[in-house]
Every structure is written in structure tokens, then in C-alpha cells.
Design a protein. Structure first.
Length: 411
């Protein structure tokens, strides 16, 4: 660690001030609690409490007993996200909240299938969400500092999520989908729904200019392999849409391997169990070690970025009781490309500042490491503009970062 770091430390104020990205943030896990309560009352959605304090005690907690306990909150958030006005407002507020935390670029993701119904199409869902984000972007970028070029502007891209599995109870859309394909197997339905979303995202991106930048696969990994979704990923791959995959969050390195080899993943969501030999199904210890070594080296050399969400991982993985034992330390030691993300701002009660501060304190990051990781976030983003625009944007971000660094760490 540098002398200046020892003298000043990497403060929370500095981390909040510097430009950051959040490349893995679920819209339906990141509502304002006050908005959830207000919308629930308006839409007659039943909540276990109608106060912020009550919901924090009963649903949106600091600590969870299990993944099932963690996921309970999504039932309530998804229930209030079933019309255009609600989606537009939630997306708008998310962008403002991120910017207030120093985040200049976000890639909010969600499964529009969970919000669509016979009167509200996937196209409607995406248009409403984009309106909210675009409105916030316009307001933010209208500030004098940004207009004068003294600060980098706010930008965003939208990621659409297919689900590894679903049933008719997930949403009206999925209920209709299941009943329209009664003679198909579950795996066939999962594959068809994934491909249908892939086609929708490409068509809506191209027809309406909505900045849809990537395709994602979310949901339970164990028992629901990536190969079910090869056709959808091949489709977006051929149509120049970037690809990220939730993998290695609750399953082993094989899930990450499948995401890369079967789905052409550009980034990996979580990757928590990348180094866990106990989850590799090979007969000998040497074979397991070699498999993990080869996979991690391929990830490093290919600069496949890992979207790390420390607080979320601690809350959803009962095996991970101590954040200092998180494999992120090994990822950093092996020079893998990582970026810190919130995952779910509401469910995990976190912000980008908290995630970067937790990483800095836990893994002893110095200023140079912190700057590199933040730079990875911008460089490995799926920025929706031309490559030359992205390069100019990244340069503007880093210039602003260095200006703040000089201010906070002046001699």
C-alpha cells in the first residue's frame, strides 16, 4: 500500500465522489421502500406492513436465513411493477438514486416477462422502463457542470433477462406461455421462452432505438443448465447483442464453463464458486485443480469480467459466513477483471459506495487498485454508443477521477 493510502486511507467520501458503474443491478430489487408502499396502496397490493420500519423488519432485512428468505421481497416488488406508470417511476428513481451515489453509468436489468400481460406487452414494458431512465438522464445531464464538460455525463444501457426456469405462477405472461405449450417438456418451454425474449429484445432495440445492450440468464442454476438456452444466445450473438450470464452464484465452476462455452458470455454475474473444488464433478483432486486453473486462466486472458456483489453474496450463500473469505481476494490476486455491483439495492440494503468501500476495507485495496477496478467497470460496460464515443467517455471519466483524486489526496 502506498504511503499516501496509509496516511489518508480510502474514505467513504472519496468513493462516493468518484465516478462509478453499476453493471449488475436488478430493477425489481432496487425500488425505494417509500415508493413500494405508495404503489402497493394505490394498486391494492397486500404487504406485510405499510411502513418503512415494518418492511425492514419483516422482509427487507440486513441478514437473511436463506436464499428463499432473500427472494421473498421480489414477490412484493414485482406485484407493483405491472403497469407503465409504475415502471417508468421506478426506473426514473433508480437512475436518480444511483447518480446521487456517484454512479455515472448503469446497466439495470430485469425480466420484462414478469411484468407483461395481455394488456401490457414486452414492448410496452421496455418502453416504459426506458422512458423513466431517459427522463432521469436528461435531468441529470442538464446540470451546468456536465453541460460544460467539467464532469462526465450520466448514461445507461438496459439488460433483458431470460429465466433458467419458470412455471405458470411466475406471471401472467408465463401463465399464458405454459398453457400455450402444454405438450412441450419443461426444458423445451424454457428454451422457447428464452428465444422469444431474445427475438423481442433485438426487434425492439432495432425498431425503437431503445438502448438494450445485453442479454442475461438468471434463476436457479442447479438442474437448469445453460445448454437449454443455446439457441437464444446464438440468436443474440448473431445480432450483435452482448451477453452476460448469472453463473457460479449457487453452483460450481461448471456453470461458469457452460456460460462461456455454450452461451459465449462476455461477462459473468457473480462467479462466486469459481475456485471451489468441492463443486467440480471430476474424479481426482488433480483433475479438479487443473479444471479450475484452466478456466480461471481463460477468464483472465479473455478479460471476461466478473460482476461481483459482495453484500448479496454474503446474504444468499449460507456457506459464506465471513466476507474476508470471499473468493474475490483470489480473483484480484490472479488479476481477473472484476467490477463491484449492488445486485439489489433494496433487497441487500446497499449502494455502490458501500460495495466499493466494503471491498477496499476487506481486501486492502490501495488507490491504484481501486482506480483500475473502477476503470474496468467503464471499459467492460456494454455502452450503447459507438466504440469511439465509449473511448472518449471513458477518458472523460478517468480525467474526472484523477481530478477528484488530486483534491482528496493532495499533499
Amino acid at each position: 500500500m502506498k504511503t499516501s493510502d496509509k496516511m489518508y486511507g480510502i474514505s467513504e467520501d472519496f468513493i462516493r465522489a468518484v465516478p462509478k458503474t453499476d453493471l449488475h443491478v436488478h430493477i425489481d430489487g432496487s425500488l425505494r421502500l417509500s415508493t413500494l408502499i405508495e404503489l402497493a396502496k394505490e394498486l391494492k397490493v397486500k404487504l406485510p406492513s405499510y411502513t418503512v420500519e415494518g418492511l425492514k423488519k419483516l422482509v427487507f432485512k440486513e441478514h437473511y436465513q436463506s436464499l428463499i428468505d432473500y427472494l421473498r421481497g421480489f414477490k412484493y416488488t414485482d406485484d407493483v411493477m405491472q403497469n407503465a406508470e409504475a415502471l417508468e417511476r421506478i426506473a426514473y428513481e433508480l437512475a436518480l438514486d444511483c447518480f446521487a451515489d456517484g454512479v455515472r453509468y448503469i446497466e439495470p436489468r430485469f425480466a420484462p416477462q414478469l411484468h407483461a400481460n395481455k394488456d401490457f406487452s414486452i414492448e410496452d414494458v421496455l418502453e416504459a422502463t426506458n422512458r423513466g431512465l431517459a427522463k432521469a438522464k436528461k435531468e441529470i445531464n442538464n446540470s451546468k457542470q456536465i453541460k460544460d464538460g467539467k464532469e462526465p455525463p450520466f448514461a445507461y444501457g438496459i439488460i433483458g433477462c431470460a429465466l433458467r426456469m419458470f412455471n405458470e405462477h411466475y406471471s401472467d405472461y408465463y401463465d399464458n406461455f405454459v398453457h400455450a405449450h402444454l405438450f412441450s417438456t419443461d426444458d423445451e418451454r424454457f428454451a422457447m421462452a428464452s428465444l422469444e425474449l431474445a427475438k423481442a429484445l433485438i426487434r425492439i432495440r432495432d425498431a425503437f432505438g431503445i438502448p438494450i445492450v445485453a442479454f442475461d440468464l438468471a434463476g436457479a442454476e442447479a438442474g437448469y443448465p445453460a445448454e437449454n438456452h443455446q439457441a437464444s444466445y446464438q440468436y443474440v450473438h448473431k445480432n450483435f447483442l452482448k451477453k452476460t450470464v448469472h453463473a457460479g452464484e449457487a453452483y460450481g465452476a461448471a456453470s461458469i464453463f457452460q456460460a462461456i462455452t455454450d452461451l459465449h458470455a462476455d461477462r459473468i454475474g457473480h462467479g462466486t464458486y469459481l475456485f471451489d473444488e468441492t463443486k467440480v464433478e471430476l474424479p481426482t483432486k488433480d483433475e479438479r485443480k487443473k479444471y479450475i486453473y484452466d478456466l480461471s486462466q481463460y477468464i483472465a486472458d479473455s478479460r471476461i469480467t466478473l460482476e461481483i456483489s459482495l453484500t448479496s453474496n454474503l446474504q444468499t450463500n449460507p456457506e459464506l459466513r465471513d466476507i474476508s473469505k470471499h473468493p474475490c481476494k483470489k480473483m484480484l490476486d490472479q488479476k481477473l477483471s472484476v467490477t463491484f455491483c449492488t445486485d439489489n439495492r433494496l433487497i441487500s440494503n446497499t449502494t455502490s459506495t458501500k460495495e466499493f468501500k466494503l471491498a477496499a476495507d476487506t481486501f486492502g485495496l490501495n488507490r491504484e487498485q481501486l482506480k483500475d477496478i473502477i476503470a474496468y467497470g467503464f471499459k467492460r460496460s456494454f455502452y450503447p454508443g459507438e466504440y469511439s464515443e465509449k473511448r472518449a467517455y471513458v477518458r472523460q471519466v478517468l480525467n474526472f477521477y484523477e481530478k477528484l483524486e488530486n483534491k482528496f489526496f493532495k499533499a
